[in-house]
Design a protein around this ligand. Structure first.
Ligand code: ZN
Length: 145
């Protein structure tokens, strides 16, 4: 038989526990709403996409939620947008800061390697960046302008 003091303590403890749970819940809710950077979700869904028909590049295209490639071109309404692969090389073997976005052959079912129309190099999925020193050089050149 628990005495009166014991049950009072239990009651107090359960109130404290419930309050703590509510506080945690409030923090979780706040974190995911008010305190979250407003564009975090948006940013993660932004891609540079290329229209497979027109070749037009859309920077910062917001991928619609629960959608799959190809995405609809907002201008034509056709599902012709796919993610572009960035190529940071120039024709003369240097790096550039503004990449050329290339449609990978494998993305559109074309055989053979994808050649960048700008620099003539082979572009692959997760195309590697030029070496850091070349990128630094490109940055320096851009700043000197
Ligand atoms: Zn290139």
């Amino acid at each position: 038989m628990p005495d009166a003091g014991d049950s009072k303590l239990k009651k107090t403890l359960s109130i404290v526990g419930a309050s703590a749970a509510l506080l945690v819940l409030a923090i979780v809710v706040l974190r995911s709403t008010l305190l979250a950077p407003p564009s975090a979700g948006d940013l993660s869904r932004r891609r540079t996409v290329v229209d497979t028909k027109t070749g037009e590049v859309f920077n910062d295209f917001v991928i619609p939620e629960n959608s799959t490639m190809p995405w609809a071109n907002p201008k034509t309404g056709e599902k012709t947008l796919i993610q572009g692969e960035a190529c940071y090389w120039t024709k003369d073997g240097k790096a550039k800061l503004e990449p050329t976005y290339v449609i990978l052959n494998e993305m559109i079912g074309k055989p053979g390697p994808t050649i960048c129309p700008d620099c003539g190099r082979t572009v692959s999925a997760h195309n590697p960046l030029p070496p850091a020193d070349l990128l630094r050089e490109a940055k320096k050149a851009a700043e000197a302008k």
